[in-house]
Design a protein around this ligand. Structure first.
Ligand SMILES: [Zn+2]
Length: 248
């Protein structure tokens, strides 16, 4: 039997529909790919001794951040945590290599270098459908601030040290909440960044701006909360911690 062109096209179209249906079913069956969970990567440099207590400290911080977002969004939702939450990873380079990459204060260069290494060691990516990545690079670069965006946050040694102990410092918790906001897609309030509005206005007191220095008391603005609620990471779950705790 000769197969006509129309039949071939019909068969190809059928295969196409089937593959879409299969992809949809797979996606639906795997909650991880629909709702990324929070995962911490502890980047231990090749010549640095890891902080033995950091993994437990960071887990406590993420549990506190999970609770804070739950309380803040007031919609019965927050992000889920990966299991285990913290993954320590030994990097291929010593501390001096990262200092050179950051040239002391080049935040963008350090971001590119650190994220390239973190993704190479973990298989992670920007806008990863499985995880929101919170990376801690154990390098002493005091002039480079924490950063976030594209489903990823990056913090450095001072914030690592601030989580070793009984409770995380509120300053570091503020930095984590703020950078997570960037990871979830929030920018700084534009009028605050451009100084059209003064620092005293409510917009600029948001956790997305100066409020990050007043954790846990600062809030998001209503439109920021709405934007967060559209992010697939936020799901109906009960937070692990009963309350947010941090020390001043
Ligand atoms: Zn920021």
């Amino acid at each position: 039997m000769r197969i006509g062109r129309v039949q071939v096209l019909g068969f190809m179209f059928g295969m196409f529909v089937c593959s879409i249906l299969l992809a949809f079913l797979r996606h639906g069956a795997d909650p991880d790919s629909a709702h990324p969970r929070l995962k911490v990567v502890y980047l231990v440099l090749s010549d640095v001794t890891p902080q033995a207590e950091f993994s437990e400290g960071a887990r406590r911080s993420m549990v506190a951040a999970q609770r804070w977002y739950f309380d803040e969004l007031k919609s019965g939702v927050t992000f889920a945590l990966a299991d285990p939450v913290v993954e320590p990873v030994r990097t291929r380079h010593p501390e001096g290599w990262y200092s050179l990459a950051g040239r002391g204060r080049d935040r963008e260069a350090l971001w590119r270098t650190a994220m390239e290494e973190a993704f190479a060691m973990t298989g992670g990516a920007y806008y990863d459908s499985r995880y929101i990545w919170v990376c801690f690079l154990d390098a002493d670069l005091p002039e480079i601030p924490p950063q976030g965006g594209g489903g990823v946050a990056l913090l450095l040694r001072q914030d690592i040290l601030n989580q070793v102990g009984l409770q995380p410092s509120c300053l570091t918790m503020g930095a984590i909440a703020h950078e997570l906001g960037h990871a979830f897609g929030l920018p700084h309030p534009p009028d605050c960044d451009s100084h059209k509005k003064s620092d005293g206005e409510p917009e600029c007191a948001s956790i997305s701006y100066l409020g990050s220095y007043h954790f846990p008391y600062a809030r998001f603005q209503p439109e920021e909360r709405e934007q967060l609620l559209r992010n697939p990471a936020f799901i109906q779950i009960e937070p692990e911690a009963a309350r947010v705790e941090c020390s001043r």
